[in-house]
Design a binder for this molecule. Structure first.
Ligand code: NAP
Length: 369
């Protein structure tokens, strides 16, 4: 009998990408999908009409949720915290697959990224684990890009700088960035052909710093700027986004007792979609760049080594080239001038695909099998 799978958060940024991928892979034919929402209860929706012609159910109705064999949520932390513990308290024994961060570090949860920790996932299913959580987006993209070096235990530490897209913060934040750029352009477009560029720049700054500039979601202007802070502050001075990098990576690799050191500075930039990261990697031994390229490219089918040329970098190693694809290009590979064991690299990945929706989709297919 087909398993009943409840979907929550399918209308959001991650959820929409998940549904699209599941349609492409024809995953819905293997399940009995039921759609829940916190806002569209009792309505029908064109996005899912073909797979779920029924009325949308209430995502807070524990009675209806308990009928599901599997619940997939891309709704967010607040929802998870309100609903997950209540379901478990009421003895619900189903599988919970989540994109939000709140359950990731729980001892009963497995962080899923199957091209990297497939055997851990399989063992955990056999052992009876029921809670599977997608990892932080930059962590997933970093592990897929550098997977070969991790598997061969060649990494002593990594210093990471991220350039994270607006969509990493959800639908409303994407809309806010578009609104910000639109407001600026509308107010200066008549000046472009007949004013000095620094006069225009002064006007742009005044518009951005005015009190009515929309910053409700980002809390600071993102258009024509950047924000070097993502998520809450931790006691050690890191942001929570930065803290997740070492914690989640070592949990995924099942090496919390012998952690690899990873430190990051996470920065929100005005890309719309796709996160980029630059790495300074201290290798455990001096290996040549061709050997590094070979190790990286043989780890998984999605990682693509980009030659360290201007043309290839501009063509293939940027958010616009990667958006909507499962490709994980890694380039700018060179030995750092600091020393021969120090490797410099840059990667880009679609954080809505491999950074969120795809590991969840694949987890569902493991459970269906
Ligand atoms: P999101 O786009 O903000 O969507 C979450 C929910 O917001 C939707 O399901 C929808 O719920 C509601 N919503 C309100 N206004 C909306 C609008 N204009 N368009 C679409 N939905 C709207 O959040 P998300 O980025 O998908 O993130 C979901 C979870 O995944 C979060 O916990 C996040 O941390 C995690 N995550 C996100 C990313 C990423 O790159 N975005 C990556 C990894 C993990 P109703 O239909 O119930 O109203």
């Amino acid at each position: 009998m087909k398993k009943s799978v409840g979907f929550v958060g399918w209308r959001g940024t991650v959820g929409t990408v998940l549904i699209k991928r599941m349609l492409e892979e024809k995953d819905f034919k293997n399940i009995n999908p039921v759609f829940f929402s916190t806002s569209l209860i009792g309505r029908k929706n064109s996005l899912i009409q073909d797979i779920y012609p029924d009325y949308i159910k209430d995502a807070y109705n524990i009675f209806d949720l308990k009928k599901m064999d599997i619940i997939i949520t891309c709704q967010g932390t607040e929802y998870t915290e309100k609903v997950y513990f209540e379901l478990r308290k009421q003895n619900w024994k189903g599988y919970w697959i989540d994109a939000a961060s709140s359950l990731r570090m729980n001892k009963d949860s497995i962080i899923i990224l199957d091209p990297v920790n497939n055997s851990l996932i399989e063992k955990s299913i056999k052992k009876g684990f029921k809670t599977f959580v997608g990892s932080n987006c930059t962590v997933s993209l970093m592990l897929l890009a550098l997977g070969g070096l991790f598997v061969k235990d060649l990494i002593e530490w990594i210093s990471i700088h991220t350039y994270q897209a607006a969509s990493g913060s959800g639908a409303k934040s994407m809309l806010e960035l578009l609104q910000q750029t639109g407001i600026v352009f509308n107010k200066i477009s008549n000046l472009i052909m007949n004013s000095h560029v620094l006069e225009i720049e002064k006007k742009v700054n005044a518009i951005i710093q005015s009190n009515d500039f929309p910053i409700e979601n980002f809390k600071a202007p993102l258009a024509y700027s950047l924000i070097p802070w993502i998520d809450k502050k931790m006691k050690n001075g890191q942001s929570k986004e930065e803290w997740k990098v070492q914690a989640e990576t070592n949990k995924i690799l099942y090496r919390c007792n012998n952690p690899i050191r990873l430190d990051a500075t996470c920065v929100r930039v005005s890309s719309l979609r796709c996160h980029s990261q630059s790495f300074l990697i201290k290798l455990k031994k001096d290996i040549s760049i061709p050997e590094v390229e070979n190790i990286l490219s043989s780890h998984n089918p999605w990682v693509k080594v980009i030659p360290n040329t201007i043309k290839d970098t501009l063509s293939y190693l940027n958010p616009i080239a990667v958006t909507g694809t499962l490709n994980i290009p890694i380039g700018r590979l060179r030995k750092s001038i600091i020393g021969s064991k120090y490797l410099s690299a840059f990667t880009v990945g679609d954080q809505l695909l491999w950074g969120a929706a795809e590991p969840i989709r694949r987890m569902l297919s493991f459970l269906i099998k």
